[in-house]
Design a protein around this ligand. Structure first.
Ligand code: MCA
Length: 471
């Protein structure tokens, strides 16, 4: 035991005993089985020479192995580096180069490597390195510690009153703050029984909500869009949510209209909250009290916020320890007086509720609840010598929030090139990063300084085309 994060989890494990902790399909694991499995894994790691501070790249699909791995890594003081099991080889190689893991776990396989220690950040109790795309360069590794996770996820699940009487249905990807942080770690901190769904499917979700009399569901706006579509086709489905006590939305703005339609159909007023990989969840509507439509809520008790030139800046114990091995990038993310600059434009009402008003950078897209940096896609497209210039932007979309679109200036047969480019992107990037609209132009709009005017492209209504790309 070296941190109160672990003591809290251990006390839930003790209290939970023979009760089920996690379920998936017909499989289940009790709290005491989780405890025993993690003790065995810890012995295996130690025998293999894995030491506290070593990184473990976790490429597991949604499975009962995943909470075991999370618990084992926390207990061993190893740094959990999650990556989507569907990630391309390029993404995995990048993460391996960035974090030099001592071990990689994939389904049923553990591969240990000899690593030369990398000049890590000297922070006590490092816990996770979360991958996040930025406006420049390849994805960065956000380092969280036991302390920041406890401050962020502990405070949030306390505010939301998560408790052992709850049952959560978790259909989120399990390698980000949302699914892994709140969903898995939050459940362990509060003793919440959790049913994992291998992927989001509206009918399966509703059936699981009803079967387990589930009380908790966390989603992104695209999931609520798809649920509303199902409920409006056949309102019987909405009854499956009647035992819920808390449905939350985050990762992107939900929209007042969607919130109202969901409430009218299910009786559930979705609670919206705001966060980032770097800050964890820092702003939330209250569990008890006024959940204001269109607002991301008020800052959590242990978070300090300020608004500078419209930008939300954050301070507090839940903040990351820094970007892994990138001290200069870390420094650039903070103001001179040490506030983290979120890049999100917000407004505050008289009661301290915050409203999202856009992003400082046009180089971030939010699609399906994912944060996508345009730079990575632009670089990939420019690798083809027929592409002379490119600008990737997010176009507004009712279901996905934004969809990824690329405007290009090119040489030769544009149509053939687009098909090849689209195919290449599909090979290298996960689905949410695929380019859904293409625009071929003679030149990109630029200002007097020569900077590409992406805002003009976003409002360029005509000429965007969808491609039919053979898989
Ligand atoms: C998939 N499709 C898309 C997109 N994604 N179309 C446009 N834009 C997209 N982004 C298309 C596919 O190509 C496919 O089309 C069809 O939709 C179904 O694809 P599939 O992959 O099966 O979609 P899905 O499984 O329904 O996924 C949608 C999803 C998923 C469930 C909303 O994107 C998701 O789990 N999002 C959550 C992301 C998340 O956890 N964010 C948190 C990280 P076709 O059939 O034609 O091929 S951010 C975070 O942690 C911060 C801190 C926070 O605040 O939470």
């Amino acid at each position: 035991m070296n941190s109160s994060l672990q003591s809290l989890i251990n006390s839930q494990i003790q209290k939970g005993g023979q009760r089920v902790a996690f379920r998936l399909g017909h499989e289940k694991i009790t709290w005491s089985e989780l405890d025993q499995a993690s003790t065995r894994r810890l012995q295996d790691y130690r025998k293999a020479g894995v030491k506290p501070g070593d990184r473990i790249l976790c490429k597991l699909p949604t499975s009962l192995e995943l909470p075991i791995a999370v618990l084992t890594h926390l207990r061993g003081g190893f740094i959990h580096v999650p990556v989507a099991p569907t990630s391309s080889q390029t993404a995995v190689t990048h993460l391996i180069e960035l974090t030099s893991p001592r071990c990689i776990i994939e389904e049923g396989i553990r591969t240990f490597h000899e690593i030369s220690p990398s000049p890590a950040l000297a922070v006590p109790d490092p816990a996770w390195i979360l991958s996040t795309s930025g406006t420049t360069g390849m994805p960065k590794g956000v380092l969280h510690t036991h302390r920041s996770l406890l401050a962020g996820i502990g405070a949030l699940t306390e505010l939301w009153e998560w408790c052992p009487a709850d049952h959560q249905i978790l259909a989120l990807p399990l390698f980000h703050v949302h699914g892994l942080g709140i969903g898995i770690l939050g459940a362990m901190l509060r003793g919440v029984e959790t049913t994992l769904l291998p992927r989001f499917d509206t009918a399966q979700l509703c059936q699981a909500m009803a079967r387990h009399k589930a009380t908790l569901f966390m989603g992104v706006p695209t999931m609520y869009y798809q649920l509303l579509k199902l409920f409006e086709e056949d309102p019987v489905w909405s009854e499956h949510f009647h035992k819920a006590r808390l449905c939350t939305a985050g990762s992107a703005a939900l929209g007042a209209e969607r919130l109202q339609r969901f409430e009218a159909l299910t009786g559930q007023r979705i609670l919206e909250r705001y966060g980032m990989s770097e800050t964890l969840i820092t702003v939330s509507n209250p569990y008890r009290g006024d959940r204001r439509s269109g607002s991301m809520g008020v800052p959590l008790a242990n978070v300090q916020t300020r608004i500078v030139d419209g930008e939300l800046q954050v301070r507090g114990r839940a903040l990351m320890a820094g970007y892994w091995n990138q001290p200069q990038v870390t420094q650039a993310a903070y103001s001179e007086d040490d506030w983290f600059r979120t890049g999100d434009q917000v407004e505050e009402d008289a009661d301290g509720y915050l409203y999202h008003r856009g992003r400082r950078s046009i180089d971030w897209i939010k699609s399906g609840g994912w944060r996508i940096g345009t730079h990575e896609l632009e670089e990939a497209l420019l690798r083809d010598s027929r592409v002379e210039e490119v600008a990737v932007v997010g176009l507004p979309d009712e279901e996905w929030g934004e969809i990824v679109a690329a405007a290009i200036v090119c040489k030769g047969d544009a149509q053939q090139l687009l098909i090849e480019l689209a195919h290449g992107i599909r090979q290298q990037f996960p689905r949410h990063q695929h380019i859904r609209r293409w625009l071929v132009v003679q030149q990109l709009p630029r200002n007097a300084m020569g900077k590409i005017q992406k805002a003009q492209l976003k409002h360029h209504a005509e000429g965007w085309q969808r491609l039919k790309v053979p898989s």
